[in-house]
Design a protein around this ligand. Sequence first.
Ligand code: XIL
Length: 315
Amino acid sequence: AGLNAVAKASGKLYFGTATNANEFQDDPVYGAIINDTRQFGQISPANAMKWEFTEPNPGNFTFEDGDIIRDLARNNGQLLRGHNCVWYMQLPDWIANGTFTYHEMINIVENHCGTLVGHYKGEMYSWDVINESLNDDGSFRENVFFNATGPDYIPAALRAARAADPHAKLYINDYGIEGRGNKTTAIQNLVRKLKSEGVPIDGIGIQSHLTVGQLPTDLAENFQDFGRLGAEIGIEFAITEMDMRILGNVTAEVLEQQKAAYETVVDACHAVPECVGVTVWDFTDKYGWITDGHADIWDDDLQKKPAYDGVVLGF
Ligand code: XIL
């Protein structure tokens, strides 16, 4: 039936993938798969909407690359997850290497998020407004934004995004929160605090860049925790960037382990109503950003792997 069809039949909003324009423009086999809405009901720009591409110079916005991804989804009736407004990586030099006062940085963040989210007003299911803002121990990452404003850039970005597109669901997205731990507690406390202060926040993105044989043993319980928090304070969550790296040689046996791992993670989302959907961070080993891990669900030749069936079983 297809992964999106199975996801929707099981009560989720979508199964989706990240992509880059050259992949579907230059590769017709890839293109046929990503345009198949039985497989993918949601698209994330893997790179095209990041700061280095959308505001390469101060106040100089370019949306050509992002619009190509938007057009793919629009033509197919696929949902879009915007990615991202504020992240410490893939920044243009003017911001990565700059020093800014508190007020300069708040203005920069508000202008970037407001303009970016505003350009796609009415077209986004959700936005990863804040990406990877925490360290593994749960403290705030000391990035260029934090160094200027402390944590205040976070509510500033969220408020600017809400003002620019009141209907997009605003997410905080991170990795290393797939199992219980300090970082997971910290993101839950952060979202709880923002919500209690009236800051617009609608969701938590659990990236889920994982490794075969190293899944957190409490992943399913942890997803239940997120569901309970979501029901309590009125937020949703999603698996936003899943892949499943293989360490060492690719054997038939390890491909079965990868299939089981995909099933486990998808099932953890399936079991919790507040988990709205699952996105893989590209669907084929041909283009996945994990270049050495055979982490995706279609292989280098764009053939389905056992992992594909793991996703189906998980829903
Ligand atoms: C990755 C892209 O897929 C790569 O093409 C790029 O070179 C680096 O970034 N977490 C995120 C994504 O939030 O934006 C990252 O995407 C993967 C890790």
